[in-house]
Design a protein around this ligand. Structure first.
Ligand SMILES: Cc1cc2nc3c(=O)[nH]c(=O)nc-3n(C[C@H](O)[C@H](O)[C@H](O)COP(=O)(O)OP(=O)(O)OC[C@H]3O[C@@H](n4cnc5c(N)ncnc54)[C@H](O)[C@@H]3O)c2cc1C
Length: 265
């Protein structure tokens, strides 16, 4: 690794100031520390957000859950209110990586990182969530911009994410056994205004699928997925799966997600 300084503020105001002067936020370190070890990333100042109590925790606000950026995957998975009222989100968190990744990895780190195969971005986009930052609120539809890219400006920190509670939702993925990241994952959520479908793992980043959303908004049933075309021209092909196979997975996982959402009530 290169030399770097490490600061651990215990207030958001201090963190905000440090981030504005160029320090890079460190959350669970599950991606950032690995990329530093590989010399893919060489920040000179690290800003450990782990000491800021107001960044962690889960609370209900009206028809939404607000989850702090530093909330660990394991805490989202174990939250009783989420398990009862938004089990798709608790289940998604519980399916990420392995025990160590879930103990350390955070919601804010995952969403800021925007790995094209990460699970959380599909829940954020699929539930039309709002990303709350130190500067503003950003709608999920405007947040994920490209491969490992987001609408965050330099120095802007995610503080929390507000997830509207759906009538029904489910997340299905096929895990790549070595990395545990999904080869493809589909998050389906039904709201009074219609169904949202977000796909991860298949392309350059998470995206919504208009054809699946229209078919499922018209009738929320696994059969509605049949016959919906999945264009795989922008999908990834690698040693684990071809683009065509990923497109096939999207259909299979979407059907499974709808069936699971219906089972959950
Ligand atoms: C073996 C392994 C398996 C994994 N499997 C999965 C999986 O199946 N599904 C999945 O979704 N993920 C998976 N992950 C990723 C993991 O879940 C973490 O979410 C991810 O590594 C980033 O979260 P973190 O908290 O560790 O962030 P860090 O690594 O600390 O930071 C990541 C990036 O986000 C920035 N950042 C962090 N917090 C903030 C903030 N509040 N505001 C602005 N920027 C911020 C950092 O500066 C950095 O650029 C896996 C990781 C590993 C190592």
């Amino acid at each position: 690794m290169y030399p770097f300084t490490l600061e651990r503020p215990n207030s958001l105001a201090e963190a905000r100031q440090r981030a504005a002067s160029g320090a890079q936020p460190l959350a669970g370190g599950q991606t950032l520390l690995a990329s530093m070890k590989l010399r893919l990333s060489a920040p000179e100042q690290l800003l450990d957000l782990g000491g800021i109590a107001e960044l962690a925790g889960i609370r209900r606000e009206g028809d939404a859950f607000v989850i702090g950026a530093m909330t660990r995957h394991a805490d989202v998975a174990a939250d009783a209110a989420l398990q009862r009222d938004f089990p798709a989100l608790a289940g998604l968190a519980g399916s990420i990586g392995d025990r160590q990744v879930r103990a350390m990895g955070t919601l804010g780190g995952s969403v800021a990182n925007n790995d094209p195969a990460a699970c959380y971005p599909s829940a954020v986009l699929g539930s039309g969530a709002t990303v709350v930052t130190t500067q503003r609120e950003i709608a999920a539809d405007d947040f994920f911009t490209d491969l490992f890219s987001t609408a965050l400006e330099p120095g802007e920190l995610i503080t929390a994410i507000r997830f509207p509670v759906p009538q029904r939702a489910a997340y299905e993925k096929l895990r790549q056994p070595a990395s545990h990241f999904p080869l493809a994952g589909v998050f389906v959520a039904q709201y009074p205004g219609g169904v949202r479908v977000a796909i991860t793992g298949a392309g350059n980043g998470v995206f919504r699928h208009a054809g699946l959303e229209a078919a499922l908004s018209s009738r929320f049933a696994p059969e509605s997925v049949e016959g919906v075309a999945v264009d795989y021209s922008g999908f990834g092909s690698d040693l684990h799966a071809s683009a065509e196979y990923r497109a096939h997975l999207v259909g299979v996982l979407a059907r499974r997600a709808v069936a699971r959402a219906l089972d959950a009530g």
